[in-house]
Write a protein of this length. Structure first.
Length: 247
């Protein structure tokens, strides 16, 4: 049975950035995409010790394709939580421009879709979702003022840039072509998020594809392994977890 996750439309805007971002509204139709290849004969996920789940009282993300997808689910939980707090902050309608509000609301909706998709798909794919599904994580943003535009956009930039690098780095770890296709679709959306945030911070500049995230020699985005990304994301995540089987 297919599960359909879609995004609601918001009121239109005449800005180019809005038109650009509108294309990135990801509609994920059918968890069958994520379930494809997840059967009893999937050699990549046979080792029981690499399934996600508690180890010595602490949840481990696991290894293989399920480990990579659980890692992505953790990152999407973080981004969804962040943007939920942004759009619900008391100063959102007063301290952010109209364009800010439209784009940040779009990002909020996209990240919630991503989070719920991974949750639904992993719940259906894992052999024992009750113990192997990553629980809802808890977050702490320290002194970040969610009503302060400068602070929010700077944090959003860090999260989006890190998210793009994380998906790029995780792609080579996936064995299933269906999973790789899914990751490619989502990272394209995350890259648009990153460029949109950069353009809000520094309009009419080249920062949307800055040399700090796009290699000037190869023309490719930065790619980071989980071991490089988790310490950065972990600065906001208070729920303890490990990643023993991810590089």
């Amino acid at each position: 049975m297919k599960n359909v996750v879609s995004i609601q439309e918001v009121k239109p805007s005449c800005t180019n950035r809005r038109s650009f971002l509108k294309i990135s509204g990801l509609t994920l139709v059918g968890t069958s995409l994520l379930l494809a290849g997840c059967n009893n004969d999937d050699d990549e996920n046979k080792p029981v010790n690499q399934f996600p789940g508690p180890r010595n009282g602490v949840f481990d993300l696991g290894g293989g394709d399920f480990g990579v997808l659980t890692y992505a689910y953790a990152l999407e939980q973080l981004e969804a939580d962040f943007y939920t707090k942004v759009v619900n902050a008391s100063g959102f309608t007063t301290n952010f421009t109209a364009q800010d509000q439209i784009i940040l609301t779009d990002l909020y909706r996209h990240e919630v879709i991503h989070r719920e998709f991974f949750k639904t798909a992993l719940t259906g794919a894992l052999p024992d979702a009750k113990t192997q599904l990553l629980p809802n994580l808890a977050f702490n943003y320290g002194t970040l003022n969610f009503s302060n535009r400068t602070q929010v956009l700077a944090t959003a930039k860090a999260l989006e840039d890190t998210g793009v690098a994380a998906y790029n780095g995780a792609g080579k770890l996936l064995k299933s072509p269906d999973y790789l296709l899914l990751a490619g679709k989502i990272v394209s959306v995350e890259a648009r998020h990153a460029s949109a945030i950069r353009s809000l911070i520094n309009p009419n500049s080249k920062d949307f594809a800055g040399d700090d995230v796009v290699n000037v020699t190869t023309g490719l985005d930065v790619a980071s392994n989980p071991s490089q990304v988790i310490p950065i994301a972990g600065g906001f995540i208070t729920t303890k977890f490990t990643a023993q089987y991810l590089p």
